[in-house]
Design a protein around this ligand. Structure first.
Ligand code: SF4
Length: 286
């Protein structure tokens, strides 16, 4: 967990679990998940990590600590001006997938939901990202059976990398209720993706290319395409980084920042960093 993070679209990160059961970017064929890479380097010996990445480990108390972090409402962020004035934006689970099958719903309820709903927790916006939105939707229904509603300041998100993974969105939009903000992290995108059929039900799109050694190409036209798709449906769009292997019309592009995360280096047409409309329910009622 970290009260300050370099991740461009949030202020802070918190990990109620560490480790993961894997996905299309962490398996026998490919190992590029940065959480997995950090666990290979530090896991086991370093306090706060899982003994190994594939052993999903619970860390109760972290959400409570994150809830106590200072309120950022109305505050400016020198390095992330697109967040100015907003509540603290906290990325839940950047070093894990806490919807992994071995994590009990009771733990997620007591650690995540309970702390998001506390008075200090309600000052922040919590963005929970998972590649297992089917389990997040089951969890949401399970809470409902106990009379517990999904907190409006807990956003539900899933990650996509290729067209086939857009099937995750069907589960994602079943999480929560009409107040819930549903968002996509299309990163690392590895092929053209058509989101248009889904965008009417989506509140925010984060986008980016792959980084690190062996990064697959990210075609700048993909950024133009998603910007256009989101603009067509009026969905806020945030380009996080172009990644370490950027191409345009078959030519490789070079940037000073090795992740191409400095938007001042990008062509003006893709300099887009919008944030979702917070307080969706309030907006709907207005
Ligand atoms: S689901 Fe997330 S945390 Fe797990 S391996 Fe994939 S990218 Fe990493």
């Amino acid at each position: 967990m970290s009260v300050k993070t370099k991740i461009q679209w949030c202020d802070s990160t918190v990990n109620p679990t560490m480790g993961c059961e894997g996905c299309e970017i962490w398996g026998p064929q490919r190992k590029t998940c940065y959480a997995g890479t950090l666990h290979v380097r530090f896991g086991g010996a370093t306090p706060g990590y899982s003994p190994s990445f594939d052993v999903v480990t619970q860390f109760p108390g972290r959400m409570r600590e994150a809830a106590s972090w200072p309120d950022l409402r109305g505050k400016a962020r020198a390095e992330k001006p697109w967040l100015n004035g907003l509540p603290r934006i906290i990325f839940v689970s950047d070093m894990s997938d806490s919807l992994s099958a071995t994590v009990p719903f009771e733990y997620l309820r007591d650690e995540i939901i309970a702390n998001v709903r506390t008075e200090p927790g309600q000052r922040h916006q919590w963005l929970w990202l998972s590649k297992r939105p089917d389990r997040m939707a089951k969890f949401s229904r399970w809470l409902g059976l106990q009379g517990i509603s999904w907190p409006p300041n807990l956003w539900a998100g899933t990650s996509l990398t290729a067209q086939a993974t857009t099937s995750r969105i069907k589960s994602l939009v079943q999480v929560g209720d009409e107040r819930t903000i549903h968002f996509l992290s299309v990163e690392p995108q590895v092929e053209p993706i058509d989101l248009l059929p889904w965008l009417p039900r989506i509140d925010w799109v984060i986008h980016g290319g792959e980084s690190g050694r062996g990064a697959r190409p990210f075609d700048l036209s993909w950024a133009r395409s998603l910007i256009s798709q989101c603009a067509t449906l009026g969905v806020p769009y945030f380009l996080k980084q172009l990644g370490s292997n950027v191409v345009e019309s078959g030519e490789k592009l070079f940037f000073k920042d090795n992740h191409a995360g400095d938007w001042e280096e990008w062509p003006e047409a893709v300099q887009a960093r919008q944030i979702a409309k917070i307080y969706k329910a309030v907006n709907h009622l207005a």
